[in-house]
Design a binder for this molecule. Sequence first.
Ligand code: F6P
Length: 545
Amino acid sequence: MKKNGFNPINLPEWKHLAQHCRRIRNVHLRDLFARDSRRAQKFTLSAEGLTLDYSKNRVTSETMRALFALARACGIAKARRAMFSGQAINRTENRPALHIALRHISGGPILANGTDVMPEVKRVLRQMDRFSRAVRENAWRGHTGKTIRNIINIGIGGSDLGPAMAYEALKPYAKRDLNVKFVSNIDAAHLLEAVRGLDAAETLFVVVSKTFTTQETIANALSARAWCLARLKTEKAVKKHFVAVSTSTEKVREFGIDPENMFAFWDWVGGRYSLCSAVGLALMLAIGPENFNRMLAGFHAMDQHFLTAPLNKNMPVIMALLGIWYNNFFNAQTQAVLPYSQYLARFPAYLQQADMESNGKSIARNGKKVRWQTGPIIWGEPGTNGQHAFYQLLHQGTKLVPADFIGFGRPVEELGEHHAMLMANFFAQTEALAFGKTAGELAAEKIAAGLIPHRTFEGNRPTNTILAARLNPAALGKLIALYEHKIFTQGAIWNIYPFDQWGVQLGKELAGKILPELQVARPAKLKHDSSTNALIKRFRAMQKK
Ligand code: F6P
């Protein structure tokens, strides 16, 4: 990896890309396709069962060569080796980022701080396996002997979004008579709605927190505990109705959960990269250990592809470079992720944390403010819903919004013509975005002259198409790992630290100060800005009413 001081925009490769961009920024995809009948073939890559067609991007072979040269100049090959070999690449927290070890199940040792982490990883997986089977096969029962029918995961951020997204994605593989819910928000509505109508004697809470200090999670877990004990009438019930996932045995014990019922993970697993650890316990309970292991194998296959494929045949690297092309050279502000699968409804939300908490940074590794754009705003909704909401802006708005379209050859659940209709829309959208509709074409259709400007589609809107045969545990693992490594590659090129998240601290600290000001009868003189002071007073007055 280049020294901490490296500044990507000073690299000759960056400058070359900037010049090249000026030359080709007005070239239309219509012309690029017309000039080269082999374009789709040239810019399509298949790896590990995923296909990426990136031909509908505003690039030429020269662009791609220049982007690969940038990746080389930024030391991507060395950076990925540093991550995979357990170096402390998360420098501001002085630890490795070794989520790849969580799915390296049949591989050799992986060292973190000189210790092979694999025996521990496998031990916890075995513990999860045993526990999941016991619950699924009714050997683990509630305090009164009743079967567990409800699983409630309590966690937030990485301790919620991963399992919640993957549970939705893999619902067809889940044991349908287990009712699995996810509670994250400190708003009591989340917990109260989740437990509404449930029998505490049939409910298991999985409290997930890397630190076991996160305010929302601890408050929700305490309220869940109170709800449970109010119904089961004895402290002893906690043992059968609460398990914990954490890195801190001490904090779990303090909370009152027996460390015997704790599933460990480690500080070298970042919250937003933790789905393959015990953080995935609720998912394993739902889909069973075999399916969970299939998902891990999918992750691992994409990890290996990322580690070993040359940069110009490397799917995460190509996606990262295309993202940088629009973000840094076309000044695109956002990146849409549009899964054409209802099961992937939570995938964009999951990627928001994965990407924006990783690359939403403005300080380079040398401690100086960056003079280049870093992570984009990630957003999206499943197709076709998005088409009837925000696609108008994608097609005819003034902003450039690069978009990833994710689709599947076969549906998980067949129903008449639905899948063909879904995918017809999928292909139609990327075609329309790329090629648009010209004034000439509209005139030939005898559209009234006054309407032609309104009905013209400029086109030249870039998209990636990602296809897999079917959404299953392995495909989901590959898809997530694809984005994880894309994010990593971009962070390395922007020369920022993608594995810390200091930006979430200030709000937490201030909330800690404000809470008593909302609660005590006579708060000390408020010392915030005039707006915050007035709002706090208004809130207090509302409470009196
Ligand atoms: O506030 C952000 C964050 O630290 C995330 O990075 C993390 O995934 C989430 O909070 C939850 O943290 P924990 O698992 O420690 O409760």
